[in-house]
Structure formats: C-alpha cells, structure tokens
Design a protein around this ligand. Sequence first.
Ligand code: ADP
Ligand code: ZN
Length: 744
Amino acid sequence: MCHDAAQATTQKTEICIKLATKSPKQLVRVALPQHVPTLLDYAVSAETPVKVGDFLSCPLMRRKCHGVVVELLEASPYKAIKTAEILPDVPPLALPTVEFFRWAARYSMSMPGAPVRAALPGGKVPAAPAALRRLVRGEETPKRLTPQRQRVMDIVAQKAWSVADLCSTAQVTPSVVQGLVKAGALVWQECAEHVVLPQVGQGPRLTAEQAAAVQKITSSFHNFQQDKSAKAQPVLLDGITGSGKTEVYFSSLDALWQQQPDGQVLLLVPEIALTPQLIQRVSDRFGVTPHVWHARQTPAAKQKTWWAVHRGEARVIVGARSALFLPFHNLRLVVVDEEHDPSYKQDEGGFHYHGRDLAVVLAKLWGAGVILGSATPSLESWHNTQQGKYVHVAMRERIGQAVLPDIYTLDLKGPDKTATDHFLAPTMLAALEKTLEKREQALLFLNRRGFAPLLICRKCGHRHDCPNCSASLVVHGDRLTCHHCGYSDGRPEVCGECGAEDALHPFGPGTRKVVQEVRAALPFARVAVADSDALTTPKQFQELMVGMAKGQIDILVGTQLVAKGHHFPKLTMVGVIDADMGLAMGDLRAAERTFQLLTQVAGRAGRAEHPGSVWLQTFQPEHPLFGALVQHDRDAYYKLELTARQQWGDPPFGRLVSLMLRGLDEQQTRDAALRLAQAFPVDEGVSLLGPAPPLVAKLRNQYRFRLLVKGTSGLQTFVQNWVKTVPLPKGVELFIDVDPQRLA
Ligand code: ADP
Ligand code: ZN
C-alpha cells in the first residue's frame, strides 16, 4: 500500500469514527402494519433511548408508516439500514401486548405485522384527542368593566368553563368572552379528561348458585394475582341460558375493582349486534358508559377508545374480537361471552385467528383472569375442564321461577309432513295458535334469509347458479342474489337453460316465504322478520328489539341474528323450521354447532314466569343430537362427540392446519395443490388430507383447493418447512389457517 493510500484510509477511518461519535444510532427490530413477510430493522437516533413497545415513524418504499419496536438489537445482519423516528407524545405499548402481538403472528403463521395492523385503525397511530381546554380567571383585571363582563368575571371565579357554557350561563355573546381573553382577564387551561370510575358494591342479591360461581371465580383470580408464580387458570362459566351469567361476570368485575380500582376489563361479544345490550347493562350496573371497539365504528370513535385504553382511562371495554389488539394499560380481566360462537374466528383476510383462544393467551401474558362463558361450551373448552386445564364453574338453574322449556321433535317424514311447498308442520301451526291465544310471543327460527334458496326450472331441472361461485342464487323478491359474493340480478321470467316460460319455481324455505305462510295461516297475527336484509342498521335492530319487548310483535321470524343473547319475557314458544340444516354441512363440527345453535335458540323460550316450549322440525328425529336436546342431557351428547373425535384424532385431541390454494385458473390451481401434496414430507405424527375442493369450490371466480394437515403438535414449523420447498406459480395464492373452524 503506498503512503498516500494509507493516509487516505486513515482519514476515512477517522471520518467514520467521527460520524459514529457524533450521531450514534440504536438498532431496533420493528413490526409494521404492512404486508411485509418479515420484521424490519431500523436505526434510531441515540438522543432519546428507545424501548420495546415504542411507536416509530419508519420509511418504507418512499412512504412513512407507523410501526412498533419489538426488539432492541446489538447488531443487524442487514446493510443499508434506514433511520426511523420515535413518534413524539405516544407512550410505548405495554410489554405483555408486544409479546402478545408476536405470539399471535407466530402461532397463526401470519405476516409478523398482522397484529399491529389489527391494532392500528387505518394502519396509523390515531392522533391523540385534543386535551380539553377550559377558561379560568387570568392575572389581569379588565380595564373596562361592562355589566356583561362583570357577570362573566363573577361566575368564572367558581370553576373552569368551556366557552359555550360560559356564554349561556352569563348570557353573553362569544365576542364578550374573546375580549376578556385578549385582555388577559381570562386564560386557557388544559384539563385532563374526566374519568368516571365504576360504582362498585351495588349489584343485586345473587342467587346461591351465582354467589358460589363468583366465589369460585374470584378465588381463582386471587391465586394468580397475589402469587405470580401460580399458573393462571382460565375459568369456564358453564351456565344454562337464563341462569344469570352476565351478573356473575359483573360481580367478578366488582370484586376486581374493589381490590384494584385501576384494573382494566375487556368484555368480548361474538357479534357487533350484541354490543348495545351489553353496553346498556354495564351502564345500568356500574354507572359508567363502557368504551366500545369494533370494526364498524367511525374513525373518531376508534380514536377515542384507542387513547382511553392506552392512557388507562377506560376501565371497561366492550368489543368484538379485534378489541384484543387494543393498547391495554393494565388489563386485569377478560370475559369471552358465548365463547363457543364460531364468529370469534376470523377466517377471512390474511390474518386468521380465534378470538377466544387469543383471549386466553392475552390474559395469560398479562397475568389477568379470563372467564369463558356459555350455555353450550365449545368441545375444546369443555374438554379442557375435563383435563383440569380450566376451572369448571357450572350453573344449572334459571333465575326466578323460570324453568327450561320442554323440547319436542316434529317428524317431517311422519305425522308432521308438510304440504308441498309449505314449511310449517301441522303441530307447529297448532302451537303457534295456542301461543297467540295466550297473548304470548313466538320465534320461528330459520337460518336462511331471502324467499327461497333455489330457483329451479320444473321443465328441465336447471338450477340458477351464481356466475362467479359454485353456489345457487337465492330468490329475494324480484331479484336473485349470491350469498357468497353479493352478485345480484333481476329474477328471470324464462328458464336460462331451456327457455321454458312459467316453469321457474322458487324452491325451499327462506325467511320471507315462512313469513308469507304464517300470514296466510294466521292473518291476525302481527308478524315481523329479523334477518340481515331487514335489519341493516343498529337502529333498525334496536327498534325491533323494543317492539318485541313491548309486545307489539306476536311472531318473529328470524335468522341467527336473534338466536342468541336476547331476553324477551313474553316469548314462550320457539319453532325451528329446519333443525337438520346444519347437520348436512359435512363439517367436522357440524353436529356440535347444530347442538349449540339449537340450544341457544331454544334458550330464548320461557325466560320469565311463563313456561316455554320448543318445536324442532326434522327428518331424522332419531339422531342422538335430538334425543339429547329433548332430554336436556348435554353432557351425554358431548361425551359421545368427544369419543368420535378421539377415534379420528380430530380436535380437541389432534390439531389441524388448513392450506387453501386459490387461483383464477382451475388447472393451474389444482396442479399447484397436487405438487404441494407430492412434496408432503413423511412424518409419523402428521398426515395429509386432500387436496380437495371445499363445498363452495369456486368463490368470486377463484377456484379453491384445500389441503388439511393433521397432527398433534408443532404443526406450524412442520408446515413452514414443507411449504418452503414448493414455489407457487404466479396467480395462485396460499392461505394458511391454523385451527380452522369451517371445513365444509
Ligand atoms: P344468561 O346470560 O345466563 O342467559 P342473564 O344474565 O341474561 O342470563 O340473566 C337472565 C335474567 O335474570 C336477566 O333479566 C337478569 O337481569 C336477571 N338476573 C340475573 N341475576 C339476577 C339476580 N341475582 N337477581 C335478579 N335478577 C337477576
Ligand atoms: Zn357468487
């Protein structure tokens, strides 16, 4: 090396060192709410020490996006690391939350930023709501004191005022107030949001069964709050419909707040439609309006909740599954109401997770309690109590004089055969008439909205299908609609296949056809329909609920929208039009779901002093499921189901991972699925089912093939290693669902 060159190198080194000492950087690993397959490394100026949980503004492809620091690094394997900035005035996420985000992404095999994406509305940290500004008395005394100014100065001595309140109380115009601000006689003061604390110790007198349940729950909380080494044990509150589970949740919150007034509680419901009544019950019981979180809120409402939760002002949050990703400050208890409900599973989009399962993990990471409540627990949770993993708290009595309704099956093959194109059995009609005579209410349940599920040509047998999906179009008045993709078209007059006129026949029952039949048979009854076509806004839903409660409706024909959670004292009869419908789905959980749904629907009947009855129309009354329902012997039925699952190694004994391939080209998609299957590694504990098309093989013009992996544990790593070996062609996408719930 010549002298000059050596000198140049020394100079260079010096420059580098200087740079390094001038602006040393901290290296961090960040989760970004974007579709990026890895976590990204960034550098942060050393001026402010960076922490795990800090929110950063990160450059990414010429844009800036918000991310969360998940790890502090000594070094990074990447070169060309970009510089990110700490977002000012945004406190970091709590460590259990960061850990939760990492766990959720890993477990569900999603993009590492998927939970952060779920946590940030629109992918960004919402702006902090402006602090409240109030006017108080300033240093200066106004030189000119008009009577109006005098009035303002008199009352401002009492407290801090908003301009509007000050003007209306002092009866002056805003310009008078502005003049005083200018003169320095009034000044602005920043006030913290007024936090209303829940009122504790004001619950109703509990029944003996409720009191015992609360006792068992709170003592199990005690275990893992005082003694951090004790393992947190989730509680399954297994109480029949109408046994007063909500009050048991509330009394548990009450007990918690008496010990820890700043503890936060998350109450999860499976569906947004169930939030208003829970919000009302929380307000009535604790004198606070809970903060709310679900997908359909306005950005302003989300901003408010997000910050109230982050700052710890929100003590009680009512939400749908996405509320699990809120930035909790001091989470102490999570309640998952109707824990068996399939709506807790998110199986669309890129981030597939089960809200109930994540709730258990979230609570564990916080060292918080978790109560899973249901009248018909999922087989998974029930099995966990049998294994001693969850604490089992049972409630077997209804509140007050209410007793469980009598349940009857109506044999559609035998005496209760319906007339052609009719869907109400003679016994069902007779029961409806009797209910009307007693001036009580009935609910007719049918999980199929619209008029008829099929439009069939009587001449050639042609079925009118959706052009985008392998599914039939549903008749809605004068239109045909696809319930999978939303495709809609006018109802044709002639058959699309053979051109026959007057041969098109709407086949099978829908809610609207049942309404028509009820109206024809019982013309004096006041009939209303409750399905997602009739109830498009929360207001319409609320009005219908009020109408039911006030007795303005005699017969309500509804889908699962009204099957759960509601309490109508005068509702004494429930009729199920097609009790077999769920069983035909060919899904591993079909029977379990049918049992749960029918128990829920049946549970709407006779919840007050009038006894109830439930009528199930079925073609297979001999099915053990109906026997168990009629006998009210759930446990016997669960045991039967579990034995079958054990035999096949199905959940909860084994685990499943679903791999769904989707593509516009059928052949290409099938080939990709076959290639994946061929590359499936031989492993003793793991087996492969498929590839096979799901029930709706074509959805929104995309062909679908599913591969199902079955094993006992460690399936994620197994799947990851396997999938890596088979590159997918362009145009075919792979969606992985760990613990899939819908397999039909
Ligand atoms: P579940 O959720 O178990 O179906 P709910 O919590 O809706 O039952 O309770 C059923 C009804 O009983 C509600 O109207 C509720 O207000 C009432 N209730 C619950 N607990 C009590 C109690 N301890 N005393 C009086 N009424 C109660
Ligand atoms: Zn469609």
